[in-house]
Design a protein around this ligand. Structure first.
Ligand code: TXA
Ligand code: MG
Length: 313
């Protein structure tokens, strides 16, 4: 992680530098009209893992993928009539749509926390659009605040929480909305409000011509709750050093397995491999034994996810 956080401005040179850092797998905080986002290349699992490390997030919540243009959404998700209606009306803007992933999407599984859906947003902020265009790819970005703290709406807030932990912040003053985007789930036939936010529900319902289904906000914001949509079908045994007959083994470091989260014991690499490896082992349709993972840094989030996988039945 970087020791010094560069402060960039939305000039041609500043945008180009921010895009280069993203392309190099670095973290760049950038303004959107809602709040500042902490961006990483959404296709680069190691870069995405560093988001969790920088924020000190104790669990892997799925992240929003930011795109320069609405037309790019079709590269990643199965588009639908509802998506078309809402995107035409409100993108670019403070709206996030959750849609089913399409095959060959190329996003890191850490972005989606192993779910088969992804949250997409096309922001309207000129500096965000300029950065996304210059970078040319999908940018995963949660709000740019340390875990459990309030969202950042100025570059100064970002620096207070994350200075020295991220490569750069693109400073373009305060965010206009100051409240995160409204999130609508479109993975079923009934559009569902997953998070109230900067775009009023009334506006969404007027565009759809029908009421949004709601689920209790407690269900949505409980850490890792969404991730529990994906639990392996197989039983999961934690802190194993060798597999028992019939088990497949997920190794870490010196503890060998059919797959290894990180042979060198690197927690960033392990985080970026976690969901992919669980999916692959689950496909073998045998019980899964998992090597111990140290419970510090990103290891805390990895262990949180593993405990959920082991408990969920
Ligand atoms: O305004 C915003 O939305 C800001 C800016 C930076 O874009 N971003 C933001 O991200 O608020 P974050 O990570 O703080 O919140 C993302 C929310 C989480 O509540 C997460 O659970 C939900 O989006 N989410 C992400 N992917 C999802 C999915 N596949 N299904 C359901 N919810 C999802
Ligand atoms: Mg947040």
């Amino acid at each position: 992680m970087s020791d010094q956080t560069q402060i960039l401005h939305p000039t041609t040179g500043g945008i180009a530098q921010a895009a280069l850092l993203l392309a190099a797998g670095q973290l760049v905080a950038f303004p959107t009209e809602t709040v500042y986002g902490l961006g990483a290349d959404a296709r680069n699992g190691t870069a995405v893992a560093q988001i969790y490390a920088a924020k000190g997030r104790p669990s892997f919540n799925p992240l929003i993928v930011h795109l320069a243009h609405a037309a790019m959404a079709r590269d990643y998700v199965i588009w639908s009539d509802h998506a078309q209606v809402l995107a035409s009306a409100f993108w670019p803007g403070p709206l996030t749509l959750v849609l089913p992933l399409k095959t060959g999407h190329g996003l890191s599984s850490l972005v989606t926390a192993g779910l088969d859906t992804v949250a997409l947003r096309v922001p309207a902020h000129p500096a965000a659009v300029a950065l996304l265009e210059a970078f040319g790819g999908p940018v995963a970005a949660p709000s740019a605040n340390p875990s459990g703290r309030i969202s950042a709406t100025t570059a100064a807030h970002v620096l207070t929480g994350l200075e020295g932990r991220i490569a750069a912040v693109l400073d373009d003053g305060p965010c206009a909305v100051g409240l995160e985007s409204t999130i609508v789930g479109l993975s079923t036939d009934t559009p569902t409000l997953l998070r109230a936010g900067g775009l009023p529900v009334e506006a969404l319902e007027a565009a759809l011509g029908s009421a949004l289904q709601t689920i209790s906000s407690a269900d949505v914001i409980a850490p890792g709750q969404l991730a529990s949509h994906y639990a392996p079908r197989a039983t999961v045994r934690l802190n194993a050093t060798t597999p028992t007959p019939g088990e497949v083994m997920l190794g870490f470091g010196d503890v060998a397995g059919d797959l290894n989260l990180s042979l060198s014991g690197d927690l960033t690499e392990a985080a970026s491999n976690l969901f992919d490896h669980l999916h692959q082992l689950d496909a073998m349709q045998r019980p899964i034994a998992v090597a111990p993972v140290p419970d510090h840094g990103l290891g805390r989030a990895i262990n949180d996810r593993l405990r959920r996988a082991a408990a969920a039945r």
